[in-house]
Write a protein that binds this ligand. Structure first.
Ligand SMILES: *Cc1c(COP(=O)(O)O)cnc(C)c1O
Length: 390
């Protein structure tokens, strides 16, 4: 046996003293100590301090307060993924027997949630084209409690008639939830357009570096928000402190990244429209876009960082296009600081038959681009080289 003195591993306060660090510290602690039972009782009653990380931690709150400020919201809740942020308001605000209206082009997993999971729990969903507010209004039933839409659809880049849908929801006294991931508060603030609930996959443009999986959800009504946050604690949709820290760090350059990516997207859309072998380019502020007028008004003329295009060719040509695209990352995500290219027929829309895909305009030659912040000339030459291979 060694006679070495045991190392003292008793917990001690972290010695920041009176110095305030400029960058947020990462607080991975799962649990927080309290002075005595009286103090613990008081902090549970008024929610004034941290107790256990699943119930909340400083890095989640630091991130939530920043996204609140961007969205003009109060008391938003950060979750461990965008899907958790989509699921929580559905599960917290709807009951068995209620009816939901959902956009028919929602993010794939969101569609799965509303068409496969909710019906198991006795909540029926009708999927409707959100570019047509009259169709949405016509789908409202006495038991309809919520409408869930995205502003710009993925990957077809159609722009929802948010104003018309908000009017219909308001007239019928039902909640409007908007997934603002694609549009971001830089081009669209849902609370200014009649939404009751805002959802984000923070994983994408807000965080911006494809290294953190996170979501955010906020309801205008504090009672709804309390239900949503409480269900998150019960289901355990808690985000990792490190991921929250990464996303908070990412937000410092969000405006710069978004504006640069948008400038690139506009220029790339223009460039692609003149490249032989590319037969259709979808970008909301282009005059040939089917929702051009709506996009100019609703998105304040901001087209964002997402565009789609169709090559004049089949699946084999799509393969050649990607193989020849050089340094472009072929990856089914969006919002990264670098440009990513994705192919709906082999990823997000693979579960649909080719006929069902064709009905919504997704052919084997259909691509979506999440435009990044690279030098635009590099992007143009990568795409031009790929197009030669079609
Ligand atoms: C990615 C995405 C989600 C899901 O987010 P995760 O962070 O991947 O769980 C939800 N909605 C939209 C519009 C998305 O793009």
């Amino acid at each position: 046996m060694s006679d070495a003195k045991p190392t003292d591993i008793r917990r001690q306060p972290f010695p920041t003293g009176l110095s305030a660090p400029v960058a947020s510290p990462i607080v991975p602690s799962v649990v927080y100590s309290t002075e005595n039972p009286d103090a613990l009782d008081a902090q549970y009653r008024d929610g004034s301090a941290y107790t256990y990380a699943r119930e909340g931690h400083p890095n989640a709150d630091a991130l939530a307060r920043r996204i609140d400020a961007m969205e003009g919201a109060i008391g938003g809740h950060v979750t461990g993924s965008g899907m958790a942020a989509v699921s929580l308001p559905l599960l917290a605000c709807l009951n068995a027997g209620d009816h939901l209206i959902a956009g028919d082009q929602l993010y794939g997993r969101s569609l799965r949630m509303v068409t496969q999971e909710l019906p198991r729990l006795g909540i029926q969903t009708t999927c409707v084209d959100p570019t047509d507010a009259a169709k949405v209004a016509a789908a409202i039933r006495p038991e309809t409690r919520m409408i869930l839409i995205e502003v710009v659809s993925n990957p077809t880049i159609r722009v929802a008639d948010v104003e018309g849908i908000a009017r219909a929801a308001n007239d019928a006294g039902i909640l409007l939830a908007i997934d603002n991931t694609f549009t971001t508060p830089r081009s669209f603030c849902p609370f200014e357009h009649g939404a009751d609930i805002i959802i984000h996959s923070v994983t994408k443009m807000l965080s911006g570096h494809s290294d953190a999986t996170l979501g955010y959800v906020v309801a205008k009504d504090p009672e709804h928000q309390e239900k949503i946050a409480s269900l998150g604690v019960t289901l355990g949709t808690t985000p990792s402190p490190f991921d929250c820290w990464l996303a908070e760090r990412g937000l410092f350059t969000f405006d710069l990244r978004y504006d640069q990516a948008e400038r690139n997207a506009e220029a790339l859309a223009e460039h692609l429209s003149g490249v032989p072998g590319i037969k259709r380019v979808l970008y909301p502020t282009r005059p040939d876009h089917p929702d051009h007028n709506r996009a100019m008004g609703l998105l304040r003329g901001r087209g964002g960082h997402m565009l789609s295009f169709e090559i004049d060719g089949d699946w084999a040509a799509a393969n050649r296009f990607v193989s020849a695209s050089g340094d472009l990352a072929f990856a089914p995500t969006l919002g990264d600081v670098g440009t990513t290219l994705s192919h709906a027929a082999s990823s997000s829309h693979r579960a649909l038959t080719p006929e069902a895909r064709a009905a919504i305009g997704i052919t084997d030659g259909f691509f979506r681009v999440s435009v990044g912040c690279e030098d635009i000339d590099l992007l143009k030459s990568d795409f031009a080289r790929a197009a030669v291979a079609i």
